[in-house]
Design a protein around this ligand. Structure first.
Ligand code: NAP
Length: 309
């Protein structure tokens, strides 16, 4: 029996994934948790699985995130100690690159400033500088962050990047580990977060980080909502340490209509749209790992449960 169970609190996503498995992995039977065949499933493909749903699967051998991150698996505290894989889609990189390019040009060329001036019918040309004079910092140099850093360096920006282990990316000054965080942040004018959410990175976008940046810097959070300390962000915006923040991810999604972030001066909200793996790519990668599992071959795109990514 080649059964995959699809687990999520998002019922629309479940329908879309089931259709994608039928199209792109017809050799697998993709069922939902309430289907009696779910108990045969060897693989669970998950996005925010409901609490208790993973422990209810007696034949489970692999837990597959349908996203780049695995932090959402914590939504089900019953998550058993099994190999965890994630999806790495080249289309993911393309989507994130497009989103970040817009963000960088928005802040580098001062569009944030002129959009405010427009509302006041005020003609004032913002200071224009060459890309090479604009310091951009990328937190996280994995599948997404390294592609972003490389793309911005190619576009001529003064780019630096930070990861846990040391990296070499052409045209990018790289920093590694906790001891390098401060020198990495020093003087950065636009900070882009592409870290995974782990016990080490939760709350990293807070006052201690903001204080190292250039005065009037801007923030782009494409990682997870749990990275950001909202009180510290508000304080940094009020005192002018930060001039703006573009936020794509939130602890609670959808962001409730009455959340204070919607009306916080300097904040722009986007609805977790920076990038997503295509449903067909998810189905193909889960199917490939299913094949490898049955053939006794090493799985692809493994994540480390202890590290959290
Ligand atoms: P990845 O390939 O796992 O890369 C993670 C990077 O973060 C690695 O470079 C890693 O360092 C670094 N890192 C992890 N913990 C660290 C720490 N404590 N200190 C310093 N660096 C640390 O992940 P990815 O595929 O690039 O995705 C990154 C995150 O983006 C995802 O986890 C997800 O939260 C977010 N995301 C958001 C969207 C969106 O639409 N907004 C879409 C996709 C993904 P090493 O290389 O040294 O291990």
């Amino acid at each position: 029996m080649n059964t995959v169970v699809l687990l999520s609190r998002d019922s629309l996503l479940l329908k879309q994934l089931q259709a994608a498995f039928a199209r792109s992995a017809p050799q697998l039977t993709a069922v939902l948790a309430d289907d009696p065949r779910a108990k045969n499933a060897q693989v669970a493909a998950c996005w925010f699985p409901l609490p208790g749903s993973l422990a209810a699967l007696p034949n489970l051998q692999v837990i597959h995130s349908v996203a780049a991150g695995i932090d959402h698996l914590d939504h089900d505290p019953s998550c058993p100690d099994l190999p965890v894989c994630r999806v790495v889609d080249p289309g993911h990189r393309q989507g994130m690159t497009e989103y970040v390019r817009w963000a960088v040009i928005h802040f580098h060329r001062g569009f944030d400033q002129v959009l405010l001036q427009h509302r006041e019918q005020r003609w004032e040309r913002p200071l224009q500088r060459a890309a090479g004079q604009f310091k951009v910092g990328v937190m996280g140099l994995g599948s997404l962050g390294s592609a972003i850093a490389q793309d911005l360096a190619t576009a001529g920006y003064d780019v630096r990047g930070w990861a846990r282990s040391s990296k070499q990316i052409s045209g990018v000054q790289t920093f590694a580990g906790g001891q390098d965080l401060k020198p990495f942040l020093e003087g950065v004018e636009l900070l882009i977060n592409l870290l995974p959410l782990t016990s080490e990175t939760r709350g990293i976008l807070g006052q201690a980080t903001f204080d190292q940046l250039a005065n009037g810097a801007a923030l782009v959070n494409c990682g997870r909502g749990g990275h950001l300390d909202i009180d510290d962000l508000e304080h940094a915006l009020q005192r002018g340490k930060l001039r703006g923040a573009l936020l794509d991810v939130f602890e609670q999604e959808p962001l409730p209509a009455d959340h204070r972030l919607w009306t916080m001066p300097g904040v722009t909200i986007t609805p977790h749209m920076a990038s997503a793996a295509s449903h067909d790519c998810i189905a193909e990668q889960v199917a490939e790992n299913f094949r490898r599992l049955n053939a006794g071959e090493p799985l692809i795109n493994n994540a480390d449960r202890l590290l959290g990514y």
